[in-house]
Design a protein around this ligand. Structure first.
Ligand SMILES: CC(C)(COP(=O)(O)OP(=O)(O)OC[C@H]1O[C@@H](n2cnc3c(N)ncnc32)[C@H](O)[C@@H]1OP(=O)(O)O)[C@@H](O)C(=O)NCCC(=O)NCCS
Length: 203
């Protein structure tokens, strides 16, 4: 691992791992963010509809005021693909409980880069940051059971399926089932990123 770590995970930004770099987003990322957040494929299983350009501008502006460790607000990291020097996704972590402490995560990648395990590497690094720098005990996510790409990603990086919640959320006028996935701090393994990279054919 090239980035700074402690025994629990990553401690510093940017996190540099393989072809990816994870850093705080800036307003200069606007065009790259529009490319994926305004895409219908990206919103299919999410709470939101495809974003407008105004949504993207507001989001990037509001992230400027978020500090690492702020509870109840998403801390977002832009996922930069270094060979193209382009932001190809965004991952986020939100502290939901400071006592436990635990956080939930979200992740969105540009469809042009799907299926290359870049999402897996990015989310694994995000967990490393959540356990390392943010000192979380538990990190979790809920995923629509139809979103195979998302729950496969979480399984590949070692998150555990903890439950199947039947028709428990109504999204876009439809009752949906979710799987709950989680990982504890002592379950995060840094070598997983290298294992994923070594099993991924070069594109
Ligand atoms: C979920 C998401 C981040 C995955 O990004 P990605 O870079 O493609 O992720 P990876 O390449 O690491 O893994 C994708 C998995 O889906 C699999 N996959 C590929 N094509 C697929 C298809 N047509 N249908 C289902 N799964 C597919 C891949 O094979 C891989 O799993 P496997 O290697 O274990 O078989 C991306 O699809 C995305 O941004 N989706 C929209 C936003 C979203 O739904 N976010 C999650 C909300 S919970």
């Amino acid at each position: 691992m090239s980035s700074e770590t402690n025994q629990r995970g990553f401690t510093k930004l940017p996190i540099e791992i393989g072809d990816l770099s994870l850093r705080r987003p800036t307003v200069q990322d606007f065009d790259d963010f529009v490319e994926f957040y305004c895409d219908e494929a990206v919103a299919r299983f999410q709470l939101f509809e495809p974003w407008t350009e105004e949504n993207v501008a507001f989001h990037l502006q509001s992230q400027l005021g978020v500090r690492i460790g702020d509870p109840g607000v998403a801390l977002c990291l832009a996922v930069v693909y270094r060979p193209d020097w382009k932001v190809i996704g965004e991952v986020s972590i939100t502290i939901q409980d400071l006592e436990t402490p635990e956080a939930d995560i979200g992740f969105t990648m540009n469809p042009r880069y799907w299926g290359r395990h870049l999402g897996s590497i990015a989310v694994h690094a995000l967990l490393g940051f959540g356990f390392g720098r943010m000192a979380m005990h538990r990190i979790y996510a809920f995923v629509d059971t139809r979103n195979d790409r998302s729950w496969r990603l979480m399984e590949r990086i070692g998150m555990r399926r903890e439950g199947h919640f039947v028709r428990w959320r109504k999204i876009k006028n439809e009752w949906i089932d979710d799987y709950g996935y989680a990982m504890l701090a002592n379950e995060w393994r840094p070598e997983v990123a290298l294992e994923i990279q070594s099993r991924t054919p070069a594109s």
